[in-house]
Design a protein around this ligand. Structure first.
Ligand SMILES: Nc1nc2c(ncn2[C@@H]2O[C@H](COP(=O)(O)OP(=O)(O)OP(=O)(O)O)[C@@H](O)[C@H]2O)c(=O)[nH]1
Ligand SMILES: [Mg+2]
Length: 600
């Protein structure tokens, strides 16, 4: 490149990132030929005079100190790229984009935006729009009306309309959602997935059943949970989807597949069994907290201590404080390890990539009120929140009522559960109801259901049906591994079915076929085009002969375990044109069902 050309380029492109600038230098403002200006990571709050740069095509203002949107930008009519990530902007004034008809890339991640101005739709050429980690509840439907938008990212917002689970389906799913909303009024759906976790015999099922029945409902010892029990429960206008997990460790491997984000986790601890030492803490509490904080960092965990009636009053208070203090210490240690890790990343050559991570991992510390008077107990890791432990005597209905009220209070707290309300087009609810009907119908146990032929769903466009199934998968009502080629047409209408399969493949000491699993038992008597058998790779848990015999008999179902770097994957295969009962087929029955069902 000749020196003259180089100089010309320099005039067109200026990089002033990381200069601690508080005002724009005059030399920059006087360069009206400037096309690209990078002011990333400075201390700017205003950019007075920038309208003079009328040829500017790219303007980067990320990681500055803007509280107000720099409105002068509206004069930069040539602008094609605007980045304002990591500022503190709350409001974008109406009309500010009305002259920016050439804008193609707009990034507003990590601000505090509560709403987007409707005229965003005037950005007819907008191809890429990032607005992650703001406070948006609603997206303007006009944004999705044109065809130009190719990339849209809005995760980390408490979205209701459309809900996060719909946004996760991409631009087309959002468009379809808004189309459906035009056909009928949106209905508010308040749903909380609630997972009961904790060691065996902690009292999970007892709490779960007592809450549902509104009175003490002690589960007999011999009725231990097998896999997971799923049920629905209404409290006021909230629908709780209860997932009661078995506490036995053998099942734990299977739980990973079903533990999903944005849930209320009720971590149940038997206070009578609990002892104030490290070993017991790790066994009964630490193990679960650790796994949850790593796998589902945005869950809200409510520790519940049971068997209060078997303890002294003083003992309950001491154990409660001990548990909470140890959880706090555990999370503090984790936070400091992360801080150290991120420090190292920030010191690396490409710090730009890691700033976002830092912000996500360490938002402002936030303490919730402590009603019990113990040392501070509510400790907040990023998006992972531990609430005060509630101690209950499950034999006393007053304690059950108290727990119910506490759960309701928490789910109504928008800070804790910002996404609990979802606005849905009526068709979403209709499909859900139809699926619940199919899943409960007698025929399900006999043969595979073709959703697209079901009376209530037959008139639905396939794409819309898929959208809704995707949504139902994300909220945990069905399981659909559409990204797995051989499972793309198979929807598990009863997620417990999968547990039964995993249970066989992982190997469990005693397995009994209960009535609720009779559809699976029925499967075993199907002809040999279904095959199932087990073999374990080195290091994987061996399948116990008794279980194999009981479940597999002479059938040749095939599973294969493989242990890779500490992760146990399970392969399930069904040969022939069959799908097991408990599943539904979207269209043509798949020739082969399943390869990698999930990494446990
Ligand atoms: N006295 C007393 N017994 C309780 C209390 N909570 C639960 N139990 C009993 O403790 C035993 C275990 O309760 P479950 O609810 O089955 O425990 P779980 O955590 O679901 O156990 P798994 O399904 O094996 O994981 C049962 O016999 C319950 O009746 C309580 O607060 N007080
Ligand atoms: Mg149980």
């Amino acid at each position: 490149m000749c020196p003259g050309q180089e100089q010309e380029d320099r005039l067109r492109e200026v990089n002033l990132s990381t200069q601690r600038l508080r005002v724009l230098p005059l030399t920059v403002l006087s360069n009206s030929t400037l096309e690209s200006l990078d002011l990333d990571r400075n201390k700017l709050r205003r950019i007075t005079g920038i309208s003079k740069l009328c040829n500017l095509k790219s303007l980067i203002l990320s990681k500055n100190e803007f509280v107000d949107f720099p409105s002068e930008i509206q004069s930069l009519v040539c602008l094609e790229r605007l980045e304002l990530n990591q500022n503190q902007i709350r409001i974008i004034p109406e009309g500010v984009f009305s002259h920016l008809s050439r804008l193609k890339h707009l990034r507003l991640n990590n601000n505090r935006l509560c709403a987007l101005p409707r005229p965003v739709l005037q950005l007819a050429r907008l191809q890429e729009f990032h607005v992650q980690n703001n406070a948006l509840r609603q997206l303007p439907r006009e944004l999705f009306q044109g065809q130009s938008l190719k990339m849209f990212k809005a995760s980390g917002n408490p979205l209701r309309e459309p809900p996060t689970e719909v946004c996760a389906g991409g631009i087309q799913q959002i468009r379809n959602y808004f189309d459906q909303l035009q056909h009928g009024l949106g209905q508010e759906d308040k749903r909380v997935k609630t997972m009961f976790l904790g060691a065996s015999l902690a009292g999970k099922s007892t709490i779960c059943r007592s809450l549902k029945q509104g009175q003490s409902k002690l589960v007999p010892k011999e009725e231990r949970t097998v896999g997971i029990e799923i049920s629905e429960f209404q409290m006021e206008d909230f629908t709780f989807l209860f997932w009661d997990f078995a506490g036995q460790l053998e099942y734990y491997m299977t739980h990973h597949v079903f533990i999903t984000p944005q849930a209320l986790v009720i971590l149940v601890v038997n206070l009578h069994m609990y002892q104030t030492n490290d070993k017991i803490f790790k066994e009964l509490v630490g193990f679960w907290i650790n796994n949850l904080s790593m796998r589902v960092p945005n869950s809200v965990v409510l520790p519940v201590g049971t068997h209060v009636d078997c303890c002294q009053e003083q003992e309950v208070a001491e154990k409660t404080c001990d548990i909470m203090a140890r959880i706090t210490a555990m999370l503090a240690e984790r936070k400091s390890t992360l801080a150290h890790f991120i420090d190292n990343l920030e010191g690396s050559e490409e710090p730009k990539f890691y700033v976002d991570q830092w912000e996500r991992v360490f938002p402002l510390p936030h303490r919730l009120k402590n009603s019990s008077g113990c040392a501070s107990v509510s400790y907040v890791l990023p998006l992972f929140q531990i609430l005060n432990l509630v101690a209950v005597n499950c034999t006393d209905h007053r304690d059950i009522r108290k727990l119910k009220a506490i759960i309701l209070k928490h789910v109504k707290n928008e800070e804790l559960f910002p996404e609990v309300v979802r606005v849905l087009p009526p068709v979403y609810r209709q499909v859900e109801a139809a699926i619940v009907d199919i899943a409960q119908s007698e025929e399900m146990a006999e043969h595979v259901s073709k959703l697209s032929q079901c009376e209530h769903l037959a008139s639905l466009d396939r794409e819309l049906l898929q959208d809704i199934l995707r949504y139902l998968h994300r909220i945990g009502l069905v399981v659909w591994y559409e990204e797995i080629k051989h499972l793309e047409n198979t929807v598990f209408l009863q997620p417990t079915f999968l547990i039964t399969m995993f249970k066989v493949s992982v190997g469990i000491r005693t397995i009994s076929v209960e009535p609720k699993f009779c559809s699976f038992a029925g499967l075993l008597s199907l002809p040999s085009h279904l095959s199932f058998s087990s073999h374990a790779a080195p290091g994987a848990a061996p399948t116990r002969p008794a279980a194999r015999e009981h479940f597999c008999g002479d059938t040749d179902w095939r599973t294969c375990h493989h242990q890779r770097q500490g992760q146990l994957g399970v392969d399930l295969q069904v040969k022939g044109n069959a799908v097991p009962p408990g599943c539904a087929c979207l269209g043509e029955a798949p020739a082969l069902f399943g390869r990698e069902v999930g990494c446990l």
